[in-house]
Ligand binder design. Structure first.
Ligand code: ADP
Ligand code: SF4
Length: 687
């Protein structure tokens, strides 16, 4: 297909200092849980981005010295020459596809506790370190320390050049880099030439930029990642006027400005709390003050939004982390006029969670993310089928849909049957809840792909029994029948059915999805601790009900700290008047009230309750599986060779896990067994 000429502008080459980017697609630095711990996986992931058409592919933040050791976070590392080969190999792959390789150098100062190196962290002033509330302080840097920092930065830039990088970053973000800490009026209380006036506070940043130019600027572009609303004073408010002055002051110093906003939860705003392109009002002043190209982010997945931002002079480069994770081939799909094939990021931030959990990144939309090396999975290529067997997939939630899409791509003849009148399973239901509309993309992308496949047939309103499945007589059966929320209170905290449940109106999430009539006061008991309890509380409150959310966790929607949703969710619930009771377990119910107990003291109290909504845990819908397995001779008679369970039907989990499970099932169909350890591992070499 030909590219839509409206999008031609996105494919103009852009010069950055001594190098030229082949188009406007710029994969900005992003962490990935692989970094220095799983380098082969990280290299393969970045290479795939270059193959997918990104003109610039950058590393995650990369620490440059043991006094800026980010451990236990898994990021990049460039302390000495021994760290060069990993990046050299990555860059070789990136260059193979005509892309530029960028590295984000940083010294995170008092953010991290130097837990591996055991060095004393450095800072602009004496201050406790931020990460993990470790009882460790960073010490104020003197002139010698500043001289050393400049030397380490310069040496890291020289190593980056030797590793083949084309773009070398200076990172300026208060809380994640010393350059940003020095610039910050709230953090910098120095009385020397590095403190006081804006010029003094910006001195270190300017020096680092100039040092980098002098060291590597002949062949490498010098990039500045600048957080535009970081100049926060003692009152906690951003001084945008001073920020403007800073950009004016340094306007032509870097070769490219990469600008974004403060706080990761705002920068990578979850789709529940911010739309595509939401940074525009904050960053739009930068391009007016510099002739250098500007990169901006905003979970861009729509080429029209991209073109609009470029044409209106907001940005020159379409910066992207999440959209490049959900679809590493996004630029190529636009270039080839395959807009419908774009796998749009849903803004769930499951990818972000991998930074906190320090394991290879996973993505709800892209099941191959993090598996490029260890399983050899390519996001766009899947091996052809190895047999003529037809496959019956029961259940069209995320797992069934992804399994059907991938088997269809492999060339298998597939029937996908679902008992409901629409496809999508839990995702369809949940995407109707407040803030979750973008999550529907998990369904829409797959349905759209499947509908174009002549070898995949869809049957709706087809609730299948074991007899029905045997009647189909397909050699391969995949059960993707999902899971059902418990309605007895059992979960993490309770291991026995809650006493007194018969006396109160009890509901589960599916009842809310189905629009059940619920009368308040409602108690939402959230022992699941991710997003759903909070979202359902919001949903019921917006219907005008009196709602109290009780959770045994220390925070409401506790696990969503990992997806940057927690702070937003808590604010939202407070704003709309949902009562929140944390660290309490449900102990009993009776007509008109429930009893809850404090997790540590055991002190009990009663809450008025006409309706109890239990969000605790799910049980797999695996009755079909057991029915089929119970009569093996009938299976054989029907010509059924295998019955597999995928997604929540095997073990209830995240939507990302269901998509992954469906994909894996399709990849492994008719392939030799993968072995007890079903992927390649990276082993640390012994000295
Ligand atoms: P997952 O997240 O694992 O994909 P979901 O709960 O989202 O699971 O989807 C399961 C789907 O399976 C639902 O759409 C449901 O209607 C369907 N389903 C469950 N049991 C049957 C059955 N016996 N026959 C047909 N469809 C079924
Ligand atoms: Fe987007 Fe979610 Fe994938 Fe992250 S995990 S890239 S937010 S779809």
């Amino acid at each position: 297909m030909a590219r839509d000429p409206r999008y031609d502008i996105l494919f103009e080459p852009i010069r950055i200092g001594p190098v030229t980017a082949k188009n406007r697609f710029f994969q900005v630095p992003h962490c990935n849980g692989m970094g220095m711990s799983f380098p082969s996986a990280m290299i393969a992931m970045r290479r795939v981005k270059a193959e997918g058409g990104w003109a610039v592919v950058c590393t995650e933040e990369t620490d440059i010295h043991p006094t800026g050791d980010m451990s236990p976070l898994v990021e990049g590392r460039l302390w000495d020459d021994r760290d060069i080969p990993v990046f050299a190999r990555m860059n070789e792959g990136i260059h193979l596809h005509g892309a530029l390789a960028g590295i984000e150098l940083t010294h995170t100062g008092p953010r991290d506790a130097c837990l591996y190196s055991r060095e004393a962290p450095l800072s602009v002033a004496h201050v406790p370190v931020a990460a993990g509330d470790y009882p460790v302080q960073a010490r104020a840097m003197d002139r010698t320390d500043i001289r050393n920092l400049r030397r380490w930065h310069r040496e890291a830039a020289l190593r980056a050049k030797r590793a083949g990088f084309d773009v070398v970053y200076i990172y300026c973000h208060a809380g994640s880099s010393l350059a940003g800490d020095f610039l910050s009026p709230r953090r910098n209380d120095r009385t020397d030439e590095y403190g006081g006036s804006l010029e003094n506070r910006a001195r270190l940043l300017r020096e680092l930029l100039e040092d980098t130019h002098a060291a590597v600027g002949d062949t490498c572009a010098v990039a500045l990642r600048y957080v535009v609303d970081d100049l926060v004073g003692a009152d906690g408010k951003a001084d945008m006027e001073e920020s403007r002055q800073l950009v004016e002051m340094l306007a032509e110093v870097p070769d490219v400005w990469d600008v974004n906003v403060r706080e990761w939860r705002r920068d990578s705003v979850p789709s529940r709390f911010g739309p595509e392109g939401s940074q525009e009002p904050f960053i739009n002043f930068v391009k007016k003050l510099t002739t250098k190209p500007v990169v901006g982010v905003g979970r861009f997945t729509s080429p029209d939004t991209m073109v609009s931002q470029v044409k209106r002079g907001i940005i020159d480069f379409i910066g992207a982390a999440r959209p490049s994770i959900a679809d590493p081939f996004l630029p190529r799909k636009i270039e080839e006029g395959r807009i419908d094939d774009i796998r749009e990021c849903i803004g769930c931030n499951m990818c972000v969670s991998s930074d906190f959990t320090m394991v290879p990144m996973r993505c709800t939309q892209n099941p191959t993310m993090g598996e490029e090396w260890r399983k050899g999975w390519h996001p766009e290529i899947i091996p052809p089928r190895k047999s003529e067997d037809r496959v019956l997939i029961v259940g069209a939630g995320p797992a069934g849909l992804e399994c059907a899409r991938s088997l269809g791509n492999r060339g298998y003849d597939v029937v996908l049957a679902d008992g409901r009148d629409d496809l999508g399973g839990r995702v369809l239901a949940e995407s109707k809840l407040p803030g979750l509309a973008a999550w529907r993309r998990v369904r829409d992308y797959r349905v759209q792909q499947i509908q174009r496949m002549p070898n995949v047939e869809i049957y709706l309103e087809s609730k299948l029994s074991a007899d029905d499945i045997r009647d189909y007589g397909f050699p391969k059966v995949v059960l993707a029948t999902g899971a059902t929320w418990r309605r007895d209170g059992i979960g993490r905290a309770l291991s026995r059915k809650l006493p007194g449940l018969e006396e109160v109106a009890v509901f589960g999430p599916e009842d809310v999805f189905a629009g059940a009539t619920i009368a308040g006061p409602v108690v939402v008991y959230d022992d699941d601790r991710y997003y759903l309890g909070g979202v359902l509380a919001e949903c019921l409150r917006l219907k005008g009900l009196d709602v109290t959310l009780v959770t045994p966790a220390s925070d409401v929607s506790n696990w969503s700290h990992a997806t940057l949703e927690q702070g937003w969710a808590e604010e939202r619930l407070h704003e709309i008047g949902v009562g929140i009771i944390e660290k309490h377990t449900l102990v009993a119910a009776r007509k008109g009230s429930v009893t809850i107990a404090h997790g540590a003291s055991g002190r009990e109290r009663d809450l008025p309750c006409a309706a109890l909504l239990l969000v605790t845990m799910r049980l797999p819908n695996d009755a079909l599986f057991h029915d089929l397995q119970a009569e093996p001779e009938k299976l054989a008679e029907a010509g059924i060779k295998s019955v597999l369970r995928v997604g929540d039907c095997l073990a209830p989990s995240t939507i990302a896990a269901a998509v992954y499970g469906g994909h894996r099932c399709a990849r492994e169909m008719d392939e030799p067994p993968a072995g007890d350890v079903p992927f390649k591992r990276e082993l640390i070499a012994l000295e």
